[in-house]
Design a protein around this ligand. Structure first.
Ligand code: AMP
Length: 215
């Protein structure tokens, strides 16, 4: 199964991707996670990406495309993959189509987790991530049992630098102007599946599974 997960920042792409990888045994490719790892390692690519990320802007395609191409070429992607946070604009979507057609691995579906923009602000400002296992929480909707501590592994929780209010506003603007046009792009290709992103994690997951079965 080869799937693109669409949806604004905070729509729950990462949470749903983690459930899909557990069930289907295919890798999640999150360009946000790859870029954050590059920033943490202070590689050339990370240094290039950091200022864009801190401002809530998209990192240039030239940086992101090479990273994705390299990842898709790894053996674990032969069984399928879930792209989370990529593509983010039409030129990335076209580049992805070219990459996948040359690898003879066309997409099966583009799944959009649809959440009204007004709800996203609270989701993003409340988001916390475990520094050890990556488990995600929300201090408004899905609190850990003990403040600041991961229920699963006891690791400490942190707030992403780009989940601060000003950067969030910018990221949502970027989504509306650059990423939302992908809805039309994938509709034209007959791949678009819209999922209502308001509901419990399990409800949303089961809608995604039904949409994927029908794909
Ligand atoms: P995310 O974790 O997907 O919300 O991504 C965090 C930040 O990484 C974004 O605000 C962008 O600065 C950058 N980023 C992630 N994916 C992409 C992409 N496909 N193209 C450009 N920038 C990206």
């Amino acid at each position: 199964m080869r799937v693109v997960l669409l949806g604004a920042p905070g729509a729950g792409k990462g949470t749903q991707a983690k459930k899909l990888i557990e069930e289907f045994g295919i890798p999640q490719i999150s360009t946000g996670d790859l870029l954050r790892a590059a920033v943490a390692s202070k590689s050339d690519l990370g240094v290039q990406a950091k200022s864009f990320m801190d401002r809530g802007e998209l990192v240039p395609d030239s940086v992101v495309l090479g990273m994705v191409q390299q990842r898709l070429g790894q053996p674990d992607c032969q069984k399928g993959f879930i792209l989370d946070g990529f593509p983010r604009n039409t030129s990335q979507a076209e580049a992805l189509d070219n990459m996948l057609s040359s690898m003879n691995m066309p997409l099966n579906a583009a799944v959009d987790i649809d959440v009204p923009l007004d709800d996203l602000m609270k989701r993003l400002t409340g988001r916390r991530t475990c520094s050890s296992c990556g488990q995600m929480y929300n201090i408004y909707f899905n609190k850990p049992k003990s403040e600041g501590v991961c229920d699963k592994c006891g690791g400490s929780l942190f707030q992403r630098d780009d989940d601060k209010e000003d950067t969030i506003k910018k990221r949502l603007d970027v989504y509306t102007s650059q990423t939302a046009p992908l809805i039309g792009y994938y509709k034209n290709k007959g791949l678009y599946k819209c999922i209502n992103g308001n509901g419990s994690i399990d409800e949303i997951y089961s809608s995604i599974c039904s949409a994927l079965k029908a794909a």
